[in-house]
Write a protein of this length. Structure first.
Length: 285
């Protein structure tokens, strides 16, 4: 296991504390963990369902829709073609939506802190408009998941919306709002939580979870996600690690609040390939 990155832990805890838009467990939403997921391979269709009910028992949608960063974020979730290999078409309206979302998150203290930190490291443009272009390129610029194919993907689609590959595999989908909305529309079937080795079951107040689910007829054996956090928090976290990183795959061990995490970021040239948290332990154990 890589040593704890103290500098990033300090930064991410400051972001966590500044994340006023984060939804609170038990108040703004409740989750229903139910049973522990069974062992399964990627691509299996017949899996044990150890959770009869939805993962999200309730979410305060009024609050979600009243927060600008969540509202603009939700408007982006229906802009993508799920299947890789199918070229994405970005309409002028979608470009406007992408920009509205970036404007909304850039106005938050969380993103301002990320910008300040990246400026000190000479990794961001000082002017906010230029920094916004940089973010647009990292997250929204289309690319081909396989070499030489049509531009069918982007970092945002992969991480926040989810994709499928050749009808066999779920890629990405590491965002709780997308999970909740897909579950509400009966597109996702939550199968149970996944525990770490020798660890106790997760808690309904945990804000980082590993879960198993099926989506569009496919199973994701294990997917990890933050729960309740704002889109700007995830954007800030992954952008910082992406811009600090040199190599294709970066794994940073950080402690945020009570969670010891490995934050994993893959790069695809100048763009984000994927990014997600892996829960290592919680201090409540």
């Amino acid at each position: 296991r890589k040593a704890l990155n103290h500098e990033l832990s300090k930064l991410f805890n400051e972001m966590w504390d500044l994340d006023v838009n984060r939804l609170m467990p038990g108040t703004d939403y409740t989750i229903d963990l139910q049973g522990k997921a069974g062992a399964v391979q990627q691509g299996d269709s017949a899996v044990q369902d150890n959770a009869a009910r939805h993962l999200f028992h309730s979410v305060n949608e009024e609050r979600l829709k009243s927060i600008k960063t969540f509202a603009t974020f939700i408007s982006l979730l229906d802009n993508y073609e799920t299947s890789t290999g199918v070229a994405e078409v970005v309409t002028p309206e979608e470009i406007v939506e992408n920009n509205c979302f970036l404007d909304a998150i850039l106005a938050t203290e969380v993103m301002k802190l990320a910008h300040e930190y990246l400026l000190k490291k000479n990794l961001a443009k000082p002017n906010l408009a230029d920094f916004k272009y940089q973010l647009y390129d990292i997250w929204f610029q289309l690319y081909a998941r396989k070499e030489g194919d049509r531009p069918d993907s982007c970092g945002f689609e992969h991480v926040f919306v989810g994709e499928t590959r050749r009808g066999k595999q779920i890629l990405g989908l590491h965002n709780w709002v997308q999970f909740y909305l897909q579950e509400k529309h009966n597109q996702i079937d939550y199968k149970g939580y996944v525990t770490r080795k020798n660890k106790t079951r997760p808690d309904k107040d945990d804000q980082v979870l590993s879960i198993q689910f099926s989506w569009k007829g496919l199973v994701k054996p294990i997917g990890s996600t933050f729960i309740g956090v704002s889109p700007e928090f995830e954007f800030a976290l992954y952008t910082v690690i992406f811009l600090l990183a040199e190599e294709r795959v970066t794994r940073e061990t950080v402690k945020i609040e009570e969670y010891e995490l490995q934050v994993v970021v893959y790069r695809h040239g100048h763009h984000i390939g994927t990014a997600y948290p892996v829960l290592l332990s919680t201090s409540s154990e």
